[in-house]
Design a protein around this ligand. Structure first.
Ligand SMILES: [Zn+2]
Length: 311
């Protein structure tokens, strides 16, 4: 099975939506069936509908911080899940304020949902397993961003176990499926003909693929650590460098800041997002040109951009 991750960037504006850019939301889907939404800005439902993604498919939502442009789409999304008779549980990751926003909204709207919402309150660095199967797994991890309020950056990481080379396996004489399963999960197994080590019968080593989404942040050391070696970094790039001081005061980054962090963290691809409404249409290309002077492998996000990762 091809192991494909699709990153669908639904909204790329900062603070205020424009005719070309909606508010922050990113859908991450993978071959295993994961449907994870990073932030839920207002208008997220319309964006999902445009891309024919049923809201009921989303099982996990991770909210970076409780500023309106990142969270105001959440109540509507949950309302639609209710209208569509969702039964499966929904998991929401967010800090204590995100959790109380959600609880209070549900209370005010008298919503008897008919499906459980599992609110995972995050505080400091942490990690959760999104799915696990036969030694492969996807995890969500988070760290503090540098914003005007408590805010988090998220990383999604796919870790794949080594793949077995059938010819090498045959040579060991190991055929019992139960023992092969043990070999995959434990990394070694004892057989009647001796010990078999996974690394010695593998055609590929274990691999890790990470994407990082910063949410709102000024240049931030903890994000640099989180993004180390990441395949994809989706970074706040609200302004051009001439507004650096103002940008940092407001807890945001310039495109140069994003490029420097991408270069220093050794990421493969930088995506500039959270574009201020002052850059209309092609004016936003200024941000891209600036970033590329530091980090050539930069692209400028637009609403509906799809990025495919082969894991
Ligand atoms: Zn914010």
């Amino acid at each position: 099975m091809p192991r494909i991750v699709e990153v669908l960037i639904l909204g790329t504006s900062a603070g205020i939506p424009t005719e070309g850019r909606g508010l922050p939301a990113i859908l991450v889907r993978d071959w295993y069936g994961l449907h994870l939404l990073l932030d839920a800005g207002e208008g997220v439902q319309t964006k999902l509908a445009r891309h024919r993604v049923p809201v009921t498919r989303i099982d996990i939502i991770a909210v970076t911080h409780p500023h309106g442009d990142h969270i105001n789409g959440l109540p509507g999304l949950i309302q639609s899940m209710y209208m569509m008779n969702r039964r499966r549980p929904l998991t929401v990751y967010g800090n204590s304020e995100v959790a109380s926003f959600l609880r209070e909204t549900l209370e005010v709207e008298y919503l008897d949902l008919g499906f459980p919402i599992n609110i995972v309150q995050i505080d400091g660095d942490g990690e959760a397993i999104l799915w696990e199967s036969g030694g492969d797994k996807a995890t969500l991890s988070w760290t503090n961003a540098c914003h005007t309020v408590e805010s988090y950056a998220f990383a999604v990481t796919w870790t794949l176990r080594p793949r077995i080379n059938k010819r090498l396996l045959v040579e060991t004489g190991l055929t019992d499926p139960v023992l092969i399963k043990t070999l995959l999960s434990e990394g070694e197994v004892e057989t009647s003909r001796g010990r078999v080590i996974l690394d010695e019968v593998a055609s590929t080593a274990s691999t890790r693929t990470t994407l990082v989404y910063t949410g709102d942040t000024s240049p931030c050391r903890s994000i640099s650590m989180l993004a180390r070696g990441a395949r994809l970094l989706i970074h706040d790039s609200s302004f051009a460098s001439e507004h650096a001081e103002d940008s940092h005061e407001r807890g945001h980054s310039t495109s140069l800041d994003a490029a420097i962090l991408a270069r220093d963290s050794g990421v493969s691809l930088l995506v500039l997002t959270h574009i201020s409404a002052r850059y209309r249409g092609g004016e936003a290309l200024r941000l891209l040109r600036e970033a590329r002077t530091i980090f050539p492998n930069s692209i400028l996000a637009w609403d509906g951009m799809r990025i495919i990762l082969n894991v």
